[in-house]
Write a protein that binds this ligand. Structure first.
Ligand SMILES: O=C(O)CCC(=O)C(=O)O
Length: 334
């Protein structure tokens, strides 16, 4: 008999059905079997992850993630797969659309909405290792919150320090409300802009490092001359790792893209996840089709989700979502 989550939920159902006074005596047997099944599932999940853990147990990797706020898995994606991902990204990189502000990086390309561009990118989103971390951190119903590629050109300067789940605006210290992963498509090196992380900063209170982001960093064509580089933070590391490696980090850890002082570009893909509750009760953007939404008052459109929670939560392919409503095709829907 195969033990899987379906078996376990059937067993839960059976436990409810037998919970009559006459049968209560059998309950401990069910609990015992349930525990045994849970252990078997855990063992088989661990076995599935083993090829990526570099000889460590999942528990050891999780402890490192809890302690430092991040954990690195070197070279877990085979070179052929990395090459396929790069090939699929190449047309978007060649379009060479540069970042619009200090946060995006004016010497960087950002490719948003990746799953809308090529289904191949689902491989980076669905890797079992990062899903296991996201599920443990955020619960079973977690969602994909963003998935973008970031290509730093030579000459790119450091990004402002930031945390990825900042838009939640909850007081610190607090639990992570996101999980971010970083796939190295190019090697991340000392001098090509490897992501920098302030170790254990997910445990900080409302302290902010020098060079932390502020709202002006998101203004299009704002002051790009500011120098966010206040030198190396004493607790910062550079996530130096070969191509095909994965770093998984807590959404509340302080980090930034590094400065690219090399003569080659640096490409990563960063899928990010959030808890399943971080959305409206009803999925309004699907419940109300765009052609109907286009005819509603502006405030109603905002409430449906054609709006931004500052600085950029709710974007669509890097743009304000209400652009969809000004599409002339909406006047003559097919
Ligand atoms: O480019 C990088 O290394 C990190 C970028 C990043 O953290 C972000 O834009 O949220």
């Amino acid at each position: 008999m195969g033990f899987d989550r379906t078996t376990l939920s059937r067993l839960n159902y059976c436990s409810i059905v037998v919970a009559s006074p006459l049968k209560v005596a059998r309950a401990p047997v069910f609990w015992h079997v349930r525990r045994m099944l849970e252990q078997k599932i855990k063992a088989s999940e661990e076995a599935n992850l083993a090829p990526y853990l570099g000889g460590r147990s999942f528990a050891e990797c999780w402890d490192e993630y809890e302690t430092n706020g991040y954990v690195i898995f070197p070279e877990i994606m085979p070179p052929e797969q990395v090459a396929q991902q790069r090939a699929a990204l190449t047309p978007f990189i060649e379009a060479d659309i540069r970042g619009r502000n200090v946060f995006e990086g004016v010497q960087s390309n950002r490719i948003y909405a990746m799953l809308g561009k090529d289904p191949l990118f689902a491989e980076l989103v669905l890797h079992p290792l990062q899903l296991a971390f996201a599920e443990r951190e955020l619960g079973k119903s977690f969602l994909l919150s963003a998935c973008l590629a970031i290509n730093l050109h030579p000459g790119e300067t450091v990004q402002p320090w930031h945390i990825d789940d900042d838009h939640c605006r909850q007081p610190f210290p607090r639990k992570a409300l996101g999980v971010s992963s970083f796939w190295a498509i190019d090697p991340m090196t000392e001098d090509n802009g490897a992501t920098e992380i302030i170790r254990a900063s997910h445990k900080w209170d409302d302290r902010r490092p020098e060079g932390a982001n502020n709202l002006s960093d998101f203004i299009t064509n704002g002051d790009t001359g500011q120098d966010h580089d206040h030198g190396a933070h004493p607790d910062a590391i550079k996530a130096v790792m070969p191509a095909g490696s994965l770093m998984i980090a807590k959404g509340n850890i302080w980090h930034r893209g590094g400065a690219n002082r090399s003569d080659k570009s640096r490409l990563i893909v960063t899928p990010q996840y959030c808890p399943g509750w971080m959305r409206p009760l009803e999925t309004m953007l699907l419940a109300v089709p765009p052609e109907k939404a286009a005819k509603l008052p502006k405030r109603a459109q905002d409430l449906l989700g054609y709006s931004i929670h500052e600085p950029f939560m709710g974007y669509v392919d890097g743009m304000h979502p209400n652009r969809v409503l000004s599409d002339p095709a909406l006047d003559n829907p097919a």
